[in-house]
Design a protein around this ligand. Structure first.
Ligand SMILES: [Fe+2]
Ligand SMILES: [Fe+2]
Length: 222
């Protein structure tokens, strides 16, 4: 256990989440948690924090948009133009606040990672970046172009996260969905860093999946 701010842990946390989330969402959460925990040592992240962040990250994913908007207002969460266009993006920050209030999780790195996981952002903390990537590549996801990200995650977590952001942006452009400026800022931040360090490569699975269709199976549920 990582100490103060743990809130509900272990079986109690899992039981409460399993009873609250739809089955498919709970299975996705378990897959995300297991992926985050497996990759945590390479990210320099505490394995148990990675597991808990994965379990709770989609706590608010299945709430109606009207509820997300009203909870965001009552929690004092900033609702910008993109969130007004796509209120489901609020499930990250709203979920983080619910994790604190209802599950007693006060660890700031976990709460930050849950809040960040929907759109990413610049200068992401290691746990935030790890959760973003794990959410994208967990074993229950299936969509074109994913295998290349999965393979890269075994070599370079940050390059894989860059590709996850780029593929997400491609998806949004393809399907006429708003892109959050924080996703663009996060992509530029990682790109700059990786290029400066000589670690950058472009993803290569080509124009056929440049505008990948994640509607079947994977979904843009982030
Ligand atoms: Fe999510
Ligand atoms: Fe998710």
């Amino acid at each position: 256990m990582w100490g103060k701010g743990a809130g509900l842990v272990g079986v109690e946390l899992e039981r409460k989440l399993a009873s609250r989330l739809p089955t498919a969402r709970w299975e996705h959460s378990l897959g995300t948690a297991a992926t985050a925990r497996r990759l945590a040592p390479r990210a320099g992240v505490n394995e148990e924090k990675a597991w808990v962040a994965g379990l709770v990250h989609d706590l608010a994913r299945d709430m109606p948009e009207s509820e997300l908007l009203s909870l965001a207002a009552s929690f004092g969460i900033l609702v910008g133009n993109v969130e007004r266009q796509a209120p489901e993006l609020l499930h990250g920050p709203v979920g983080a606040e619910l994790a604190r209030r209802e599950f007693g999780i006060e660890d700031v790195e976990i709460l930050r990672a849950v809040a960040d996981h929907t759109v990413g952002g610049p200068a992401m903390a290691p746990l935030s970046l790890l959760l973003y990537l794990a959410d994208f590549i967990e074993p229950g996801r299936h969509f074109p172009g994913l295998e290349e990200v999965r393979a890269e995650a075994e070599r370079d977590l940050e390059l894989a996260a860059l590709w996850a952001m780029e593929k997400t942006l491609c998806y949004l452009f393809r399907w006429g969905l708003p892109a959050h400026p924080r996703t663009v800022e996060g992509r530029n931040w990682l790109l700059h860093r990786l290029q400066n360090e000589g670690r950058w490569r472009s993803w290569t699975d080509g124009p056929a999946v440049a505008c990948l269709d994640r509607r079947g199976g994977g979904g843009c549920s982030a």
